[in-house]
Structure formats: C-alpha cells, structure tokens
Design a protein around this ligand. Structure first.
Ligand code: SF4
Length: 433
C-alpha cells in the first residue's frame, strides 16, 4: 500500500512539472513515506529524516514525511525535527503538490494531517511506462486486531465505487499494464461496509461484491494477471473460491496472513478466526487451483505466547505449506489493546523463535521450490538485476521470483517461458525456452 501511495505522489508531482532525481544527493526535495506497523520502521524513518535535515548543502533540502507515522505522531514530529519541511497524514498525500508550491513561495513547517476517522479518498495517479500496477479498492480497516495501529492511522474501512475502479483498470490496460494488484487492508471486505455497485451490473447480489469485482476486472481487455492483497480467512467464501478456480487471470497465489497457529493467541489478537478456520480456507483454495502458492505473515512473541503456543505456529506453517512467510517479532504499538498487556516474552526469546521459524521456512521454501526444477513457468519480466544486467528477474503466476538470462530479446512487461534448472528457498533460476 505504501509503494502504491509513493507512486501516486510521484505521478502527481510529474504531472505538475517536477522531475525525479536519481538519488537523494541530487534531490531538492525528499519525501519519506512511513509505516507505523512496527516501532523499528518508525525509528528508521525519524532517523533518516533527522540526518537529511542536518546535512550541510548549498541549497537547503526540503524534507517531508507522509504516511502512517505522520498521521500517528502529527505535528509532534516538528518538535523532534524542527527543520522538517512538511508532514502529511495517511490520506492527505494528494495535497503534496500544493504544499511544495507553498514551500517554493517561502513557507516552512506545513502540517496537513486531517482526522484519522474521516473518509477522504486518496489520489489514484499512476506512473507512466510500467507493466504492473496497484489499484486501491478499499481504504482503512474496521477489524481492530489487538496489536495493530492501522485502523487508527488509516481510518475506517471504505470501498471505492466499482465503476470507478474498473475505469482505472481500463485506463491502466490501455497504457500497457498487464498485471493489476487490487489493494486493501482487508481486501476481501470490499463492498461490505458501503455499497459499491450503483448501476445494477452485478444484478441484485450485493452480498459478494469482491468476487463480482474480480469477474469484472478479468473482463478488461489486456489484463492478464490479477492479484489481490491483503486477504483474511473470513473472505474465503465459496464464491471467492469459485472465482479463484474459474477466472484464469487470477494468479494462483494468495498472501493470507495467519499471525499465530494457537487458538488462544488468535483470540487474544482478535483475529476473528481459529486455526481450523484458517487451515480450512487453505485446503479449499489449494483444491481450487493446481500449484496454488501461499504466503503469510507471522508474529512471534505476542504477549503471553508460551512455548507450546509457539510450537502450534510452527506446525501450522508446515501444515499450510507456506511458500514464503514474513516473520516479525512482536513490538507493542502505543494506543493498541495489546500494548496494555505485559510484553512477557523476552527479546532474546523472540529472537530465538524468529530464527527457528526462519530456518523452518528456508527448508520448506527449498523443498517446495525444488518441485519446480525441470518445469517451465510463465514469467512476467520485471527487468535486470542490479548486479548483473544480463540476468533478469520476473514473477511466476505463483509470485515466485524467477531469475533468467536475457541477452537483449526480452523487454520489461513481456511474458516469457522459462525452464527452471535450479532452486533456492526464495528464488527459481532458469533459461528461456
Ligand atoms: S486486519 Fe487487523 S492487522 Fe490487518 S490492518 Fe486490519 S486491524 Fe491491522
């Protein structure tokens, strides 16, 4: 979501005549887009902003902060970094071109935060020339998981009108986009809190708006792959599974955060499902499509997590056969219910549990990726690797990174067939065929 917001700001600035600098040393303006999910991410953003503001330069650099941390800490950031040019809240980044114009006229210290609870649509601008794009379909979140600050900073759930989303997808397809990723904090909740179909095109069935949207996006000419994130087991309805099974453009991959394999911890986290619910969703999705790949998010060391409960997370990850997983050590976020609980698992123990799951995931990733050796996969070419321009990388439908040799014949955004000859836990290697 932050990548999407950053691209949107870049596109808005392009449109009013700003040009992109190759690196921060050549830039007149640096905008840091921030995340509040973990304390470490906030510390890094504040540290970076402080360093940039302190840098000695002939022409003073304008440094701005946008995104969730800006929303959470608000104007308080000026107290820590007085030289900061501006602060823009999570749904207010559409105002950045105007703010830069005010700064060019001599203003400083501008804050545009807004209320976290207000429903404000964000700009949906896109950069030219890409082959894959994010399309935000739902803003905010109503779930209120016990550890999560997102509902406070991104505000309540609000879905965009379906026809507006489709118009955006059509415009993207006409500009050469082949893959769209539909975005929302809890994306399968699309259309459940506000009405999104206004022209009767989905008939009278408004109870399953998200599968309806998937069907409509698949009908846009030129869109060859559809992804969506982030998912929640409660959204894996029969209708959704049927859409995954029957719509060939939907990629056979889902990022389905689980967070814990223990029913007790899931309940304290207020995740709204049990271990059995989660595994049931996995079984149904994997049955719907051959070679369905699954990735997830996991938290270790949540308050009160016992060794046995941690082991339940380990076994769930194995049962679900995650192709990849992002594993986080729990860190309390001020203002969340979990922050009131005793952070009972020591830092060393969190680190140990983190390492155990990473090692498990490495072994599992290797085992699952080995199954691809000898097979041919369709890869959407992303571009050259930084270290060796002859080696290109792209993504398979399963969202696996595939590295292949390109001696000039393949262009960015092309779909190419690659025969896999080697596998690592998170990467497949092969040759074009
Ligand atoms: S679903 Fe839970 S973890 Fe995800 S954004 Fe909403 S509150 Fe946070």
């Amino acid at each position: 979501m932050n990548v999407n917001d950053s691209e949107s700001v870049a596109a808005l600035l392009d449109a009013v005549g700003h040009t992109r600098a190759d690196n921060e040393n050549d830039a007149d303006v640096v905008i840091i887009n921030t995340c509040s999910v973990r304390g470490k991410a906030e510390d890094k953003a504040l540290g970076k902003a402080g360093l940039l503001c302190a840098a000695k330069r002939e022409q003073p650099l304008v440094v701005g902060i946008m995104g969730c941390m800006a929303q959470r800490l608000g104007e308080g950031i000026f107290e820590r970094i007085p030289k900061l040019g501006f602060i823009v809240g999570a749904r207010r980044h559409g105002s950045i071109p105007g703010i830069l114009a005010r700064i060019a006229a001599g203003e400083r210290g501008i804050a545009e935060i807004g209320e976290a609870g207000e429903i404000v649509d964000v700009p949906h601008a896109h950069l030219d020339g890409g082959h894959a794009a994010f399309v935000t379909i739902l803003l905010g979140c109503n779930r209120r998981c016990a550890y999560c600050i997102v509902p406070d900073v991104r505000g309540p759930e609000h879905s965009r009108a379906a026809l507006e989303v489709l118009e955006e997808v059509r415009t993207l397809a006409a500009a050469g986009i082949r893959e769209v990723t539909l975005l929302g904090q809890s994306v399968m909740n699309y259309g459940r809190t506000n009405r999104v179909w206004f022209d009767g095109s989905a008939g009278t069935n408004f109870t399953e708006p998200f599968p309806r949207l998937l069907e409509a996006v698949a009908g846009v000419e030129g869109i060859e792959r559809i992804r969506f994130t982030s998912a929640h087991p409660s959204g894996c309805s029969d209708e959704l599974v049927r859409a995954v099974r029957d719509i060939p453009q939907i990629a056979p991959h889902l990022h389905l955060p689980v967070q814990s394999g223990s029913d007790r911890i899931l309940k304290v986290m207020r995740r709204g499902y049990t271990r059995a619910d989660y595994l049931n969703a996995v079984v149904r999705l994997k049955a719907a499509r051959a070679d369905f790949s699954l990735t997830s998010d996991v938290i270790v060391g949540f308050p009160g997590e016992s060794e046995a409960e941690f082991e339940q997370t380990r076994t769930l990850m194995e049962e679900a056969e995650f192709d990849n997983a992002f594993i986080f050590k729990y860190s309390p976020r001020p203002g969340t219910p979990a922050a009131e609980m005793e952070d009972s698992v020591s830092e060393e123990e969190k680190m140990r549990r983190n390492q155990v799951l990473l090692a498990d995931q490495d072994r599992r990733g290797q085992r699952l990726n080995d199954l691809w050796v000898g097979r041919t996969v369709e890869v959407l070419a992303d571009g050259p690797s930084l270290r060796n321009p002859a080696r290109w990388s792209g993504r398979s439908p399963q969202n696996k990174i595939v590295v292949f040799e390109n001696t000039g014949q393949v262009a960015k955004g092309e779909l190419v067939m690659v025969k896999i000859d080697r596998a690592a836990p998170q990467t497949l290697y092969g040759k074009r065929c």
